[in-house]
Design a protein. Structure first.
Length: 207
């Protein structure tokens, strides 16, 4: 089911299609060859909210249900652009990402009816690192500036409560600011903040 409103696109997968692993209708609308370019694609950044129907009576967390985990893992393989399109004001992307991680742990918290779900931070970082390439491909297609890519990257790191200490890119035509020691501050040619050891522009800032 597809609904639009308040500049958001709500797409809900039925239980039947989820169990069958069928997301062909969605790809018929939003596969890469169906997506626009330039300004229209820029307007679609941060605009998707996904959901599933038919599991309301299940008391388990969504990312603890095997059928849901299998579905979102397969959906991600077919459409790995979540970091570009998913809205960061809701928890949907976090739950979808948890479904794709190799292992998660559920902890019962005293005094609470819901369980706390944790994952290996390295698994989460590796997942996000891989997804920055397709995100940046969408950014390039949408003709988003380096500053826009930086802002989206920073927002993604903050959404997942991960540290992000890279400096924003210098404005076009200006010199990069200098630190107190006279060395260039962190930019696209400096080590990536994710800890991979690669340059930022070759890792999370690739595009």
């Amino acid at each position: 089911m597809l609904a639009m409103g308040s500049d958001l696109i709500y797409y809900q997968f039925s239980r039947d299609k989820l169990v069958r692993g069928d997301f062909s209708h969605f790809l018929g609308l939003y596969a890469p060859d169906k997506l626009p370019e330039g300004r229209r694609l820029r307007q679609m950044m941060n605009s998707f909210v996904f959901g599933i129907e038919g599991w309301d009576a299940d008391r388990r967390e969504i990312h603890m249900i095997p059928e849901v985990r299998r579905f979102y893992a397969a959906f991600h393989e077919a459409w790995p652009y979540w970091l570009y399109f998913c809205n960061l004001d809701v928890d949907t992307l976090r739950a979808m990402t948890m479904c794709c991680l190799p292992s998660i742990t559920a902890l019962q918290v005293d005094g609470r009816t819901q369980v706390a779900v944790t994952c290996d931070p390295l698994d989460l970082i590796q997942f996000i690192k891989r997804d920055f390439l397709p995100m940046n491909l969408m950014c390039e297609r949408a003709e988003i500036s380096e500053r826009g890519i930086y802002d989206r990257t920073k927002a993604v790191f903050e959404y997942f409560n991960l540290p992000f200490d890279a400096e924003p890119p210098a404005p076009v035509g200006s010199m990069a600011p200098q630190s107190a020691r006279g060395t260039t501050r962190i930019g696209r040619n400096d080590p990536c903040p994710c800890g991979s050891g690669k340059k930022y522009k070759k890792c999370c800032g690739a595009g």
